[in-house]
Design a binder for this molecule. Structure first.
Ligand code: 2RA
Length: 336
């Protein structure tokens, strides 16, 4: 038993992680089809001890699949989703292509799993920095309401894929060995630097990465008027995004109560004990599937204020694991 599953973009950072997580979680698969662009066709991948040969994605593959997990860019996702739908294959898309479309649920299983019920063939996986934020703030929103959110992100270079990882390593060596550092993936040298610019600049001089957090969180949390002001920063960290989040709640909530609520929240691990220097750090959240929350304290600058620090593996929970959790719900409820 199991479903016939296609992974489009199987050779990319997120696609590879999807395979790894499907295997770890023993996802029931009747047939696995790994697809990528023609240049990658023929690549051999390992899955549950078997070798799977990557094929160049075509309509015939979607005809043979119940669900396709897309780990590709927005343009390719737009191109391929139509073919998949025509062949009755449900799409879980990790790109930005369909996230804000009315008839496409945007889902974080710990927050709004019920939205999967009304999918019309496509389910969108949110942006990694959005997933990490909403898993942490939704429990507070449910308990005390939210008037305002101010969030600064500290985003790992692997958010820009393998090339981002390679650039951090190269820039670090070049810098330490006194060589000229020439940026290709990022706008400036990333070693020993912080770049407050991810994606492109849009209205009000915010970046699209920042506005994704606003638009997507409102849809996922069913909070269309939630006021959020993000600052998205690229930092010289290989893996895991971190976020400093200030919350102004509607009702008073103490840090102690917030901590208790978060400790009982799905997908959250509280690491919060200043007396023992205990708090989340990207070096230690890499490779895990939870969202780690610490530094839970009053925001002393405002009434009903709370400040928290969050970190999570943005390739796993921020993308691949979230998508696999959606596939698990689809399979369990036969909604494909
Ligand atoms: C980044 N969130 O970190 C974006 C895309 N993964 O670059």
């Amino acid at each position: 038993a199991g479903i016939r599953l296609a992974i489009v973009g199987a050779t990319g950072a997120v696609g590879q992680e999807m395979l790894k997580i499907l295997e770890e979680r023993n996802f029931a698969i009747e047939e696995l089809i790994c697809l990528a662009d023609p240049r990658e066709a023929g690549t051999k991948l390992k899955f549950k001890g078997e070798t799977v040969t990557v094929q160049s994605a075509g309509p015939e593959h979607f005809k043979k699949s119940d669900v396709a997990m897309f780990a590709v860019g927005t343009d390719i996702a737009k191109e391929m989703a139509g073919t998949a739908l025509k062949n009755d294959c449900v799409v879980i898309d990790n790109s930005y292509a369909f996230r804000l479309q009315e008839d496409v649920p945007l889902v974080v299983p710990e927050v709004n799993p019920e939205d999967i019920d009304w999918h019309k063939g496509i389910i969108a996986n949110p942006n990694c920095s959005t997933i990490i934020m909403v898993v942490a703030i939704n429990p507070i929103y449910k308990a005390a309401g939210l008037k305002r959110v101010v969030v600064s992100t500290y985003q790992a270079v692997s958010g820009a894929g393998k090339a981002g990882l390679e650039e951090l390593e190269k820039h670090s060596r070049d810098y330490l060995e006194g060589r000229e550092v020439s940026p290709e993936v990022f706008a400036y040298p990333i070693a020993f630097n912080l770049i407050p610019h991810i994606d492109v600049f849009v209205e009000d001089d915010y970046t699209r990465e920042e506005m994704k957090m606003v638009w997507e969180a409102r849809k996922i949390m069913h909070a269309p008027h939630l006021q959020i002001s993000p600052t998205a920063v690229r930092v010289p960290v290989f893996r895991s995004h971190s976020e400093s989040i200030n919350l102004e709640t509607e009702k008073p909530i103490t840090p102690e109560l917030a901590r208790q609520i978060l400790e009982k929240s799905p997908g959250v691990v509280v690491q919060d004990n200043p007396a023992e220097n205990t708090y989340p750090m990207p070096l230690f959240t890499a490779g895990t599937d939870e969202v780690y929350v610490g530094r839970i304290r009053k925001d002393i600058s405002v009434e009903n204020g709370l400040a928290i620090w969050v970190a999570a593996d943005q390739i796993r929970k921020g993308a691949a694991t979230n998508a696999v959790q959606i596939a698990e719900i689809l399979a369990a409820k036969n909604q494909y």
